[in-house]
Design a protein around this ligand. Structure first.
Ligand code: HEC
Length: 182
């Protein structure tokens, strides 16, 4: 009898929690606008899920990085990433300011220079769901994803040739680095 009462209690408890969560979403209490704040536990759960998954899938080896790769990476960054992640010495774009979560400005502070390039590779390749960070696996090839990941990992110690590209005015479309499939 005791066991049955206990189990009944557990079932009621679980049902109440499920109903509460459902009510939270169904009644319009959950934030959905990018300008609204975070949901309870949102950041904690998202970061746990991201790190658990990344730990399983991050590449274990990476190409050697040299000036040529960083120069290519700088051009790719300018074409595909700068609108959200910013350029050295430039103000954050209106697009970036309106997003939730806000794209980290990769040339402000330490950016991702303390993350292994393989971690950035994983994020650029597959994107980060529900954040606005796009997957570039359909647009850039493997070597290009590495180049741009090496660039952001070395944002604080770039050779002058890469800095010049980041600091020069936007490239006209005809001169752009070809992307996969084009
Ligand atoms: C449309 C906007 C957008 C574009 C374009 C974009 N990103 Fe992102 N990116 C984001 C957002 C938003 C996040 C934050 C995700 C989060 O909070 O987990 C992010 C996260 C990242 C991170 C992880 C940062 C950290 O602090 O851990 C890296 C690295 C990154 N992006 C690299 C790139 C690169 C390289 C490109 C270009 C090939 C790019 N992104 C293009 C929006 C963008």
């Amino acid at each position: 009898m005791r066991v049955k009462t206990f189990l009944f209690g557990v079932i009621i408890g679980v049902a109440l929690v499920a109903a509460g969560v459902y009510y939270y979403f169904a009644s319009g209490m959950a934030p959905v606008a990018t300008s609204a704040g975070a949901m309870p536990f949102e950041e904690m759960l998202a970061s746990k899920a991201l790190h658990a998954r990344m730990g399983k899938e991050m590449p274990k080896t990476m190409p050697p990085w040299d000036e040529a790769n960083l120069v290519q990476g700088a051009q790719l960054y300018k074409d595909h990433c700068a609108v959200c992640h910013g350029l050295p010495g430039q103000p954050e774009s209106a697009i970036s300011k309106g997003m939730f979560p806000r794209p980290p400005q990769l040339f402000v502070g330490k950016g991702v220079t303390d993350d292994p390039p393989a971690e950035s590779y994983w994020k650029v390749e597959g994107g980060i769901r529900l954040t606005g960070m796009p997957a570039f696996s359909g647009a850039l090839n493997d070597a290009q994803i590495w180049q741009v990941s090496l660039l952001v990992a070395n944002a604080n110690k770039l050779p002058d040739a890469a800095k010049t590209i980041l600091e020069s005015p936007p490239t006209p479309p005809a001169a752009k680095v070809p992307v996969k499939g084009k």
